[in-house]
Design a protein around this ligand. Structure first.
Ligand code: ADP
Ligand code: ZN
Length: 302
């Protein structure tokens, strides 16, 4: 019988769950809003129990979660959402709740690393050893892959909070980051756009001046990523990048800002260098399935 594995992308806004034989053989998926931990995890567990009734026993589950998350296996908070500012979610034992309820091994990583894995194996970075995936949504987060490995220092990097020059003509918007004010996330995340312009990004017209400014900030980010990591591709995803007109604008600004400095070949072809996610919002849950498959292959459960 074919192996059955599960994946969860736990986002601050919604949970996406998926069951399949492998990341490219998905059998069922569901999505629901993130409410309280008890209610949300119970809905995920119910989805997997229904899946087991229909398809057979699950062998492993992968979780790619919003955070901060406990990733150190020695820590008493391994598998937890730890100091999350989201109400009710601080110190939620995600791995423990799921593994106890379903009696399966559970792999655990950040939501951004999950989406990065998904794009690498199945999406816009398929076949590349060096790339960056950035999500521009409620926050800004990035996963860097260098020589086929996710780059982590003593912990995962926090690229979303890099500091950038200010491009505003009027500098009266102070930025929305509670720590830094006008870091990248404070200037260019969905909530930053809403705070600056008084309306959510989805309610601003495609030719609103918000997007020209947004493109400059994202281009500066891409310049910094290019200079720091020399990737072969930069993938931009998340709710804000539903504004598809941004891609051409970011590429133009990027080329101007970089001004021919690096000899990185990929950067000379912006159309193929700064690209959308190829997985239509599914990269996180597919990355979670990839993590589950890896765990299953390593474990004694085969
Ligand atoms: P999350 O980051 O919570 O996982 P998303 O990636 O969907 O979820 O990001 C949500 C943010 O993206 C919100 O701030 C929202 O206003 C913004 N957003 C969603 N859709 C659009 C859109 N079509 N255009 C611009 N901004 C959008
Ligand atoms: Zn910040």
């Amino acid at each position: 019988m074919a192996t059955l594995i599960g994946g969860i992308e736990g986002g601050g806004t919604k949970f996406n769950c998926v069951i399949g034989h492998s990341p490219d053989k998905v059998l069922a998926r569901t999505s629901f809003p993130t409410t309280t931990p008890d209610e949300t995890l119970a809905r995920a567990i119910e989805f997997f129990k229904e899946g087991e009734a229909e398809y057979g026993a699950l062998r492993a589950i992968g979780v790619a979660s919003f955070g901060p998350v406990g990733l150190h296996r020695q820590s008493q908070y391994y598998g937890y959402i730890t100091t999350a500012p989201k109400p009710h979610w601080a110190y939620t034992d995600v791995v423990g709740s799921i593994s106890r309820a379903l009696n399966v091994p559970v792999a655990f990583d950040t939501d951004v690393n999950g989406a990065t894995l998904g794009e690498g194996l199945l999406g816009a970075a398929r076949g590349l050893k060096n790339f960056v995936y950035v999500t521009i949504g409620t926050g800004i987060g990035a996963g860097v892959v260098s020589n086929s490995e996710i780059v982590n220092g003593a912990m995962h990097p926090e690229i979303g909070h890099m500091l950038l020059p200010r491009f505003d003509e009027k500098n009266d918007f102070r930025g929305s980051c509670p720590f830094h004010g006008d870091c990248l996330e404070g200037l260019a995340s969905g909530p930053a756009i809403e705070a600056r312009w008084g309306r959510k990004g989805q309610d601003l017209a495609p030719d609103h001046p918000a997007w020209a400014l947004q493109a400059r900030y994202l281009a500066a980010m891409c310049v910094n990523l290019t200079l720091c990591y020399a990737p072969e591709r930069i993938i931009l995803g998340g709710g804000v990048m539903s504004q598809k007109q941004l891609f051409a604008m970011v590429r133009t600004e990027f080329t101007q800002m970089l001004n021919g400095y690096t000899t990185l070949p990929a950067a000379a072809d912006p159309e193929n260098y700064i690209v959308p996610s190829a997985l239509d919002g599914h990269s996180g849950e597919l990355g979670a399935l990839i993590a589950a498959e890896k765990l299953f292959k390593q474990s004694d459960y085969q």
